[in-house]
Write a protein of this length. Sequence first.
Length: 89
Amino acid sequence: ARRRVDHLHTRQQQVHLRGVHSPGQEPPAYKLFNTDIAFDRHGNLVAKYWKWHPFGSAPYIDEPDEGERRTAKFVTDFGVTFGLAICFD
């Protein structure tokens, strides 16, 4: 039997961080999360997961509050469901 292998493709995006603060300084007006993301074959964002427990990285990485915590899963165009997670969550 012939086996078909499908692949998920992601595209790289460059991220510029500005205003990263040191302890004791006024924090910036945005939050910075450790984030896991997935894109479909066309480059559309299909799932996003923010790490709930930024172990050892505070105060540089923010922890999502209760309203921002969500599980993340998506179904591929070939019918397989994937979930996103980050180590220590």
